[in-house]
Write a protein that binds this ligand. Sequence first.
Ligand code: AMP
Length: 550
Amino acid sequence: MNGIRFDQFSRLCESIEGVSGRLDTIQMIAEAIPTLIDSELPVFIRFLMGKVFPDWSEQVLGIGPNLLYEGVAYVTGLKKGDVVTTIAGEGDVGRAVERLLAKKVQTSFFSEEPGIMEVYSDLTRIALSGGVNSQREKLRGIKKLFANATPLEGRYLARLLLEDMRIGVGEGNVREAIAQAFQIESSLVEHAHQALNDLGEVAVLARTGEESLKNVRIRLFHPVKMMLSQVGSIQGAIADHKTIIAEVKYDGSRFQFHREGKKARVYSRRLEDVTTALPDVVARLNEACSHDVILDGEVIAIKDGKPMPFQNVLRRFRRKHDVATMRDEVAMLPIVFDILYCDGETLIDLPVTARRQRLLEVVNGVAAPQLVSAATEEVEAFYQAALSEGHEGIMIKVPSSCYTPGVRGKNWLKVKPQVDTLDLLVIGADWGEGKRGRVFGSFLLACRNDAGAFSPVTRVATGFSDEELATLHDLLKDRVITASGREVTFEGDLVFEVGYAEVQISPNYAVGFALRFPRFIRVRDDKGKGDIDSIGTIRERYALQNRNAI
Ligand code: AMP
């Protein structure tokens, strides 16, 4: 058999997990890359980052912890409850599974160790199983994988199934490793990655030389990561750049629209295909533009001509059924602020001003109004007007800057009133009381602790409207893992932004801190469990707060 076996891959992961230095990690990956053949290189790269499919792909594994626990229980002959207890005790699914598999009676009928490509095709089969029996089929696939796994393979298989490898390999390390492996400028690797949104494919191209990386073009229907912003100030931006561009910061949900001929798709900020949930947005954009394009913008919700709070947008984005009824309730309006591709041409390397010109040439009536100014007072007045119209603030854009997918740089600056907030993972809830008896009323939220695991740090029960609670119930009801009395726990994926009055020392939570007066602000639809705040941030906030008090 050709190629890298899954046990070799697991041993490499173990070595990477064992070193703490970034350079060592990069070196190990760089040494492995040239030994791989073209077909397995992308899979290898994605697996290292805890991804089974490319970021642009619509394919999802669709395995929650519950199904994984069942699979492990089956191959080890344990009860699911015992598996859950071991995992909770270990604090890490991978290591717990490794320990459990060490006790398993060998059930494998395979004489040969599986290669990563076989594991990948098993995972693809799991991802493809749909319909009424999908859970059963997925479980069958999981059982097969664990039945054939050694304990060490089990550690990384479990983490791969939950798409969280915990070996400290992110896009940055992989980009450096590709550059090192083929002796290519890392900025070229990064640029190709921004356009293709698939480091696996970038690695294959890098092998053939710099030219192929330079020639990379954005592809329609392969969504690229959204360009992100940093917090900034009007004065600072004008001091740095003289003339700046200001736009209203709309409080909705980010979208990317791809269109070629009659085919059009809309992707959410997390690059999920949300086309079927947003037929009115597609219709509006098709009406506004007849070119082949990729547009970037924000969808806002409108009722009786007025913008609605962001939660209404989220509701529509996540909607799979009853789209028509929802559509009558809330209208969705796309506002376009950028163009990345037009009629075969990739535009991301053009400055904002040139992209704006192209945008105005090809769309009609949907482009966000802009103020171009070098006068602080004028931009300040624009900001105040935006706030009094109920917007979140403004976005400042540096006129000469390119579009850098996935980068949170200084070329887009958000200006909005300051509040102290944290992004925390929803891991549990209590059912509400009285008229809120059919929805969750308070939520248990976790940060990442020093070991990288999720650890509770606050409950939040205020700041929700009835409508928001209904939406949250909709979003969370299928994610319940355990229920006892009024309490449930969730398979964590939803992230809340919460405001608070102060961080305080508390014996109530293992992390040793709690939040005073926590208040729900919004769901962070752009963040997943990998992006939440850590206990380190909370400690820093505590220190800062006490320093200010002295
Ligand atoms: P962040 O995502 O934290 O970088 O904050 C910027 C977000 O504001 C973007 O992701 C968009 O969803 C949203 N937004 C609203 N209006 C604009 C605008 N005019 N330009 C860019 N982003 C905007």
